[in-house]
Design a protein. Structure first.
Length: 141
């Protein structure tokens, strides 16, 4: 499969703005560095455990609305009993945006499902791995 076209030097990803929800400081720094190396502007969010989350109420999130890519750590998706609700709402509201989940997918409720733009990114978030994950999430779009 040919990679998505981009004017980003060294990167194949056509995304320009990423929303990142990450609780681990070291992983967050690695994600930020990788996304910026791919030419992305990065917007950070504390996620549903840091404040009211409009997505959990079925409303659009202003930060996600302006992002081309959603990057969530698995902990933010497991934080409360609403885990499946958050994933379902993200998929419903932002089916056109790739959703990368960073961490170990040990929860069946977070199964990406067939045809999903949800991609697991495990074992590090280097520039190359991030680029490949974004390409996979974009699929044939």
């Amino acid at each position: 499969m040919a990679g998505p076209q981009s004017s980003t030097p060294g990167g194949r990803t056509p995304v320009t703005r990423a929303l990142v929800v990450q609780h681990d400081r070291a992983v967050k720094e690695e994600e930020l560095g990788s996304l910026r190396a791919l030419g992305c502007e990065v917007v950070l969010c504390g996620g549903p455990d840091k404040g009211a989350c409009p997505v959990l109420a079925g409303r659009p999130c202003p930060l996600a609305e302006h992002a081309d890519l959603l990057v969530y750590d698995v902990r933010s998706l497991r934080y409360r009993d609403e885990t499946h609700e958050l994933i379902d709402e993200l998929r419903a509201l932002y089916a056109d945006k790739p959703l990368l989940v960073v961490g170990d997918p040990s929860d069946d409720r977070l199964d990406p499902g067939e045809g999903s733009s949800l991609i697991w990114l495990r074992g590090g978030v280097s520039v190359g791995r991030m680029d490949l994950a974004i390409e996979e999430a974009l699929g044939d779009r």
